[in-house]
Design a protein around this ligand. Sequence first.
Ligand SMILES: Nc1ncnc2c1ncn2[C@@H]1O[C@H](COP(=O)(O)OP(=O)(O)OP(=O)(O)O)[C@@H](O)[C@H]1O
Ligand SMILES: [Mg+2]
Length: 277
Amino acid sequence: MHRYASAAAGVAEAEEVPLKARANSEILRTSNLRKIFTSGGQEIAPVNGIDFSVAEGEMISIVGPSGAGKSTFLHLLAALDTPTSGEVYFAGDSLGSLKEAELAEYRNQSVGFVWQRHHLLPDFSAAENVAMPLLVRGRPLAEGLRTAKQWLGEVGLTDRAGQPAGQLSGGEQQRVAIARSLVNSPALLLADEPTGDLDERNAEGVFELMQRLHKSHHLTSIVATHNLSLAGRTGRVFLLEHGKLGECKDALAETAGSLEKIASAGAQTSGERVTRV
Ligand SMILES: Nc1ncnc2c1ncn2[C@@H]1O[C@H](COP(=O)(O)OP(=O)(O)OP(=O)(O)O)[C@@H](O)[C@H]1O
Ligand SMILES: [Mg+2]
């Protein structure tokens, strides 16, 4: 499959063709994507026939009620989960047609994933955590740590490189998680509620950092968030609800409308119930 890297100059392999050179083309697409879970004897389809297309270089946000399926959708895009039916295409390749080794390479090198709960190893240093995806790829420790420190510089944490991740603040831990997600210079940055556990000031700082890295490394970024004011600052906003993804054309106005919808939907929804698969 294609190996599309971001243009992470100076911090990763320089031989890759930067995405900047291939702007305005589709990098990610889903076709009639469905994911059905069976839970308590009932089937729910948080992703129920989604057609979605993202061009290289876009920054997109996905909003929706808790339980609507945002994480499920991002996991399918990242090949962390497999669809019940339908396809995800990355750079024209169907993920469903890839061999396991190619899928592992896609997850490790083409996608950077930021989890809501950062999943850092608390006893390992910030630099060791950031280096982890490089070590998984078989890079030597010294090289991994060197690259990790460069990325920690990018997220403003040069002076925390040797500190155990468990001793960092929530905002700092999320910055480490962002550095870790980008250490392999992926083309895609998928972030699942990256500011969900942060106070307003830290959420703002982390979101601004993601916007800056998105631009400076020519990423394609998709961010699931409950924070509608942050979502309104991305190029396109999508509402995921009842298994479907709809674009909010006028991001700010519609997002505000969606906020009321989300609030009135209550704290929890459970995807689209299906009676027949
Ligand atoms: N492995 C699973 N087995 C059964 N049901 C699942 C599984 N994973 C998710 N679900 C269900 O799918 C629905 C969508 O969950 P998902 O975590 O994708 O929602 P979400 O939009 O990310 O919610 P939140 O905003 O709270 O993070 C929920 O009803 C959830 O209970
Ligand atoms: Mg979620």
